[in-house]
Ligand binder design. Structure first.
Ligand code: 5GP
Length: 195
């Protein structure tokens, strides 16, 4: 079991509705030592790629993506959620359905910060149905950038996102893959990993 799986078992809370709460260490209160370790682990897995920028989505991806970007020595860009329907031509835009809130958000990135010379590592905290990642991939493609890989902290392997993204041919690495989750008695199991 790796450092993250151990922490999930210790402090994660399985909720009904296939939701895992990790707000005591990952996405509300943040254990910055753990976040740094996550950054180093993604660097280890993607260091052979020529990454020029790390891309994520607000809000909970930001802290993690910063730790990753520091390891690569590159900038981090985050897609902003925008309520505005009057989006000007200076931004790339994608529609993303929120897994937790079931709402549609426009997410935007300024054209000043992504372009055809960029080789991106896309980072997020969770992967469920893959809407957030698909939105970030779409923004990257619109910018003409190359998606070198995607790094997820916790993939819920029983939901379709991971399969969809891997079937599209992307290199996706998840530090913990949850195989099953039982909201009734609060238990979970991990898929075996060979990393
Ligand atoms: P997707 O777009 O892949 O369906 O969902 C990914 C997004 O939904 C993540 O950015 C994350 O914020 C949120 N999310 C999905 N599943 C969970 C979960 O089990 N727990 C928490 N805390 N957030 C989740």
């Amino acid at each position: 079991m790796n450092f993250l799986e151990e922490r999930i078992l210790k402090d994660g809370i399985v909720k009904p509705g296939n939701v895992l709460k990790v707000d005591s260490f990952l996405n509300h209160q943040m254990d910055v030592e753990l976040i740094d370790e996550i950054g180093r682990e993604f660097h280890r897995r993607f260091k052979h790629k020529n990454i020029t920028k790390v891309l994520t989505i607000e809000a909970s991806g930001i802290g993690i993506a910063c730790a990753v970007a520091r390891c690569f020595g590159v900038p981090m860009v985050f897609a902003k959620k925008s309520k505005s329907i009057n989006i000007d031509g200076d931004v790339y835009v994608a529609q993303v359905e929120s897994f937790t809130h079931k709402t549609q958000n426009n997410v935007i990135v300024s054209k000043r910060f992504l372009g055809p010379d960029d080789h991106l590592l896309i980072i997020d905290d969770f992967l469920a149905n893959g809407c957030a990642l698909q939105g970030l991939i779409s923004i990257s493609e619109n910018a003409g950038a190359t998606v070198e890989g995607l790094g997820i902290v916790i993939e819920k392997g029983f939901q379709i996102g991971g399969r969809v993204i891997r079937n599209l041919g992307y290199h996706l690495e998840s530090l913990a893959i949850i195989e099953s989750m039982d909201g009734e008695n609060g238990t979970l199991t991990f898929a075996p990993q060979n990393n």
